[in-house]
Design a protein around this ligand. Structure first.
Ligand SMILES: Cc1ncc(COP(=O)(O)O)c(C=O)c1O
Length: 437
């Protein structure tokens, strides 16, 4: 018989006749069936589906009789495995599997010591999650303009926007296209500023041979359901080589501290988490074993998924590069390893009506686009927090031009041969129709 595993520190009562897991409910056949029914819906073929389900149920009943149900559903061996795998795959010292990218960013901002009176520079074009945690810390968001070629943060504008109050810079590898990190790191090192990479789209991408997310001081990835790989809907990883990473377990779960003796008659102590210049109280961003199981499987598939994406991107690039008016996003080189989460398509002034007209033509042809990332200062929340939209806008001319006139993102994964051909033909047809004569 398998030796009973000792449980984790939260319920570290060891082997006993009345075990610690007697405090919680365990998975059973019904729950397993509900999960399967959720993951694989009936569709139209419901008679065959129900027959299949009945068969699965019978088998499951047998399996549950012979095996014992899982007793550890959160922060167990699978979570550890995902973290170990991450360290090996990305060649990084510390990794923590969390509920979301935003959870990782929250911890990184705390570790960087970001608080009231500090400034954090983010690109104008990104997802709102790059900004709102900064507001929640009581700090100020400073918007850097972007480079029109990649829609990524422009290091030259970052240099202009650094002040004595700048605590962190957050490059975002938007769509999985790497930011030019060297000039940003140089600026940050000169001024003692922390660099937190928003690598939400970039797990498995590289910059000059290094894994994205490990180039700056901290890096966070998202495994939300619309990313290249997912931990069943939500999830994130935070990585670092900074010694502060030793405290990731504590920062993820309420400050539980096993290195300190617990108070008399209790199981554990709780202590604050150290930041660059002080301490903070931890939140709870714990993940489940089932999320970890899903993620670890997909992490093993990640390289193949990126390769499939790259191959489709290469075809789109080849089809558009010589078409007047169209500018496809950059392809990979030794120093630039994109994950092609999205395909960047730009148009120039030869296209009548710019990207807005192009988007309309493509929508009419049934081509989905993802015009998701707008200059964030257009959202109401910033005005409500006292930001002067027009003043910020005037400092981000490329973001304005890129979003309103030049770029869109196209999806490119899992398309059939027919869909790829149709996508290419539609973009070319729209460009030819709209091109100025
Ligand atoms: C650029 C970017 N940053 C951060 C996030 C937030 O990730 P999560 O939903 O895992 O918190 C997203 C999610 O779409 C994103 O696109």
């Amino acid at each position: 018989m398998k030796q009973k595993e000792k449980s984790d520190f939260r319920y570290n009562t060891g082997d006993s006749k009345v075990p610690w897991d007697a405090v919680g409910v365990k998975p059973d056949v019904d729950l397993s069936m509900d999960i399967l029914r959720f993951l694989v819906t009936a569709g139209e073929d419901s008679a065959a589906y129900e027959a299949g389900m009945a068969q699965v149920r019978k088998t499951l009943e047998q399996v549950f009789k012979t095996g014992s149900p899982a007793t550890k559903l959160s922060l167990g061996k699978k979570v550890k495995e995902v973290e170990e795998l991450t360290k090996t795959m990305l060649n990084v010292k510390y990794a923590s599997f969390l509920t979301s990218w935003t959870a990782g960013y929250d911890i990184a901002l705390d570790m960087a010591g970001v608080g009231p009176g500090d400034e954090v520079i983010i690109p104008a074009i990104t997802f709102i999650a790059t900004a709102s945690p900064v507001l929640r810390k009581g700090a100020k968001v400073v918007f850097a303009d972007v480079q029109r070629e990649t829609v990524n943060m422009d290091p030259a504008d970052v240099a202009r926007k650094i002040t004595a109050k700048t605590k962190a810079i957050v490059p975002v590898h938007i769509g999985g296209y790497p930011v030019d990190m060297d000039p940003i790191l140089k600026l940050a090192r000169e001024k003692g500023i922390v660099v937190i990479e928003d690598a939400a789209h970039a797990f498995g991408g590289t910059y000059k041979g290094r894994s994205l997310g490990t180039v700056g001081d901290f890096g966070a990835f998202s495994f939300h359901e619309v990313k290249n790989i997912t931990s069943l809907g939500e999830g994130g990883l935070l990585v670092t080589n900074d010694p502060l990473g030793e405290q990731f377990a504590k920062a993820r779960f309420c400050g539980f501290d096993l290195t300190m003796p617990p108070p008399e008659t209790w199981l554990y102590n709780v202590s604050p988490v150290r930041s660059r210049d002080g301490i903070f109280a931890a939140g709870n961003f714990s993940t489940t074993e089932i999320q970890a199981l899903a993620l670890s499987r997909q992490m093993h598939q990640n390289a193949a998924i990126i390769e499939q994406r790259r191959a489709v991107a290469a075809r789109l690039h080849a089809a558009f590069i010589n078409e007047p008016g169209l500018i496809p996003g950059p392809m990979n080189s030794a120093d630039f390893g994109a994950t092609f989460h999205l395909f960047l398509l730009r148009v120039n002034e030869q296209i009548q009506g710019g990207i807005q007209a192009m988007k309309k033509e493509l929508s009419d042809l049934g081509i989905t686009q993802i015009p998701h990332f707008c200059p964030l200062y257009h959202y109401n929340i910033f005005e409500a927090f006292g930001y002067d939209k027009e003043a910020i806008r005037a400092t981000c001319p490329n973001a304005e031009t890129a979003f309103f006139k030049e770029y869109t993102h196209l999806p490119l994964y899992g398309l059939s041969e027919e869909q790829i051909e149709y996508l290419i033909a539609s973009v070319l047809q729209a460009a030819r129709k709209l091109r100025k004569k």
